[in-house]
Design a protein around this ligand. Structure first.
Ligand SMILES: *[C@@H]1O[C@H](CO)[C@@H](O)[C@H](O)[C@H]1NC(C)=O
Ligand SMILES: *[C@@H]1O[C@H](CO)[C@@H](O)[C@H](O)[C@H]1NC(C)=O
Ligand SMILES: *[C@@H]1O[C@H](CO)[C@@H](O)[C@H](O)[C@H]1NC(C)=O
Ligand SMILES: *[C@@H]1O[C@H](CO)[C@@H](O)[C@H](O)[C@H]1NC(C)=O
Ligand SMILES: *[C@@H]1O[C@H](CO)[C@@H](O)[C@H](O)[C@H]1NC(C)=O
Ligand SMILES: *[C@@H]1O[C@H](CO)[C@@H](O)[C@H](O)[C@H]1NC(C)=O
Ligand SMILES: *[C@@H]1O[C@H](CO)[C@@H](O)[C@H](O)[C@H]1NC(C)=O
Ligand SMILES: *[C@@H]1O[C@H](CO)[C@@H](O)[C@H](O)[C@H]1NC(C)=O
Ligand SMILES: CC(=O)N[C@H]1CO[C@H](CO)[C@@H](O)[C@@H]1O
Length: 529
């Protein structure tokens, strides 16, 4: 009992301010605060044993979200230094949802609270938390509940990667924005990509979370419109530790092997599941042309897995990539600025310190090149776009001129929403603005994961341009690994059925399959049905 009272008192002391809350792994003060949700860990360890609402514990440090966060911080710092918002300093706390939706909501409570408490009101028009906008989350699965909660406050939120179709709905998510297109366009682009190569018979594998279901349905609709048929649809549970994951993967792999005409397989899974599926395909010596959704089209989990060059060809789409000037250098010299707390950099330094037996240098830090070599840097470009979008909206709201910003910095966050809708600026030579749903319509890069030694490297070979809705292939010389002579693989349904089989029109696609005639019946008409 004593112990409990004591720890309660301690806890109360700790959460006095957000800055010192254990939820807040990173903190830099400023006049206007941009809260970030960054799943720097991929797993909450104690979900199953959490019989009391005790603290969540996380594991599995994930480099890509970590570097995304660093890119956002780097951009915030450079905006501060640039004088773009004269006299106004941007600050940031970062909370880690560990890829879990419940923990993401816990993070939001902390980000919105002041001195450890959160106001409960009927009318939030005068609600003025320190944090004015939330940047994140990466996964749609987490973004959706967060966006719903934030709708209560009309609190602005911007994501760089959450692409679920439903998030475009202004009625449901009036304060949500993203600097990427909705998946509505992605599946149309995928369908165009598939028909561009003359493929009309494809397999479809997806997972059963909000993201997977959304992309699955809209892909089905778009391929049919493009005259492409779906040979089979397979759905895998999204949760990694699901006891049946492995069994389902084996069944799905068998379905893929049993459909040799469908050489092309559309895969809408998270990278860890793609890896499991590929391991099974490699184990059974089968290869295909894999079409990647944005969730894994450049994922290091897949591109660096063992024997990746045995799986066949991989192509897909991803959000527009780019280069952030000076960022590579920043990563190589990674330090924490004075007055800033960054426990994620500390944790990274501990995890990846280069303390080999013959290491002569200072071994308290990872090698300078570690992040540069292990993270696909062009994909974090969206962080630069998102932070600049916020800065432009703030400049409008605060009425800044060259010398100062007369507006009130402690504004109610909902006021930022109409300014974000109106953002329209040029960054690195491209125009950036939101459509009426709060999405970007800039299109996708078309990429192929080409062999590079033992791993695969993403190579941009075209663009799917919105709103023209056309695939433009800029790289003419594509080397296919699936065919022995490097020519374009074929994935087409049998135009007609051979003698002894009959056509069965499938209820899930516009195509048909050839079924052997039962004994005692026959079919000599070449594809009459
Ligand atoms: C947060 O903790 C740090 C170090 O423990 C301390 O110096 C600082 O004053 C605390 N901040 C607040 C607002 O309590
Ligand atoms: C939060 O606490 C600080 C110091 O403990 C105090 O100065 C400030 O007024 C408090 N803010 C609110 C909104 O209660
Ligand atoms: C896959 O190929 C290897 C080498 O060609 C062979 O040893 C192995 O038995 C094959 N496995 C299956 C499941 O076909
Ligand atoms: C954005 O600004 C440019 C240049 O001022 C203008 O041509 C374009 O129509 C604007 N776009 C939108 C969507 O407002
Ligand atoms: C096409 O690419 C392959 C391999 O990358 C290369 O060997 C070949 O010379 C290229 N052909 C042309 C016409 O560029
Ligand atoms: C390349 O191989 C495929 C089968 O893998 C075959 O259908 C095609 O005719 C071949 N093309 C050439 C140019 O030899
Ligand atoms: C297709 O038909 C099978 C059996 O007739 C049925 O179980 C399945 O639900 C149908 N699928 C769709 C998408 O209608
Ligand atoms: C199928 O059977 C018909 C009639 O018996 C025959 O004319 C035709 O050549 C057969 N087709 C094939 C592909 O064997
Ligand atoms: C978060 C933050 O305050 N970053 C930087 C903003 O810019 C000033 C210099 O203008 C730096 O001192 C801050 O560290």
């Amino acid at each position: 009992m004593w112990f409990h009272l004591l720890s309660l008192a301690l806890w109360a002391a700790l959460v006095q301010t957000d800055e010192n809350s254990s939820q807040c792994l990173v903190h830099a003060d400023g006049d206007i605060i941009i809260g970030m949700l960054t799943s720097a860990h991929t797993t909450v360890d104690n979900l199953l044993d959490r019989v009391r609402p005790s603290e969540f514990t996380c594991s599995n440090f994930d480099l890509l979200p970590f570097v995304r966060m660093l890119a956002a911080i780097y951009t915030i710092d450079s905006i501060n230094d640039s004088g773009f918002l004269p006299g106004v300093r941007l600050g940031y706390p970062v909370c880690d949802p560990c890829a879990d939706a419940t923990k993401a909501l816990h993070c939001v409570e902390h980000l919105l609270s002041t001195n450890g408490s959160l106001s409960v009101l009927d009318d939030y028009s005068e609600f003025r938390p320190k944090v004015k906008i939330i940047l994140g989350e990466r996964y749609s699965l987490l973004t959706i509940p967060v966006a719903r909660l934030l709708s209560v406050y009309l609190f602005p939120q911007i994501s760089t990667t959450a692409s679920a179709v439903v998030l475009s709905d202004l009625l449901e998510f009036p304060s949500f924005f993203r600097v990427i297109p909705s998946d509505v366009h992605q599946t149309m682009a995928l369908a165009q990509l598939i028909s561009h190569f003359g493929w009309n018979w494809v397999g479809l594998v997806s997972m059963n979370d909000d993201y997977g279901r959304g992309v699955h349905q809209s892909f089905l609709k778009n391929v049919m419109e493009a005259g492409v048929c779906v040979a089979y649809e397979e759905v895998i549970p999204h949760y990694l530790d699901h006891e049946q994951s492995e069994l389902r993967i084996k069944q799905v792999a068998k379905q893929i092997r049993d459909s040799p005409e469908a050489q092309v397989v559309m895969v809408i899974l998270r990278p860890e599941l793609v890896k499991m599926l590929f391991e099974e395909m490699i184990r059974t010596n089968s290869s295909r042309v894999w079409i990647a959704s944005d969730a894994w089209s450049r994922s290091g989990v897949v591109t660096t897995m063992q024997d990746i060059n045995k799986v066949g060809d991989i192509l897909g789409l991803n959000f527009v990539t780019g280069t952030i000037d000076g960022f590579t250098d920043y990563l190589q010299k990674l330090t924490v600025r004075p007055g800033v707390k960054n426990d994620l950099i500390k944790e990274y330094n501990q995890l990846y310190s280069d303390c080999g037996p013959d290491s002569s240098e200072d071994c308290s830090k990872p090698s300078a090149d570690h992040l540069v070599k292990n993270v696909d840097l062009p994909v974090v470009y969206g962080e630069r776009v998102v932070v600049w979008s916020i800065a432009h909206a703030l400049r409008e709201l605060l009425g800044c001129n060259e010398a100062f910003c007369p507006g009130e910095t402690d504004f109610p966050p909902y006021k930022l929403i109409e300014k974000i809708h109106k953002v329209n600026f040029t960054l690195d030579g491209e125009r950036k603005f939101f459509d009426k749903n709060g999405d970007f319509e800039d299109g996708y890069d078309v990429v192929m994961l080409v062999p590079d030694g033992e791993i695969r490297q993403a190579k941009v070979f075209g663009r799917f341009a919105l709103p023209q809705e056309k695939v433009v292939i800029t790289e003419k010389n594509i080397t296919w690994t699936l065919t022995l002579n490097s020519t374009l693989p074929v994935s087409q349904c049998t135009p007609s059925c051979p003698n002894g089989t009959f056509k069965k029109v499938s209820n899930i696609s516009c195509c048909y399959s050839c079924i052997s005639c039962a004994e005692g019946t026959y079919s000599d008409s070449y594809g009459r049905f």
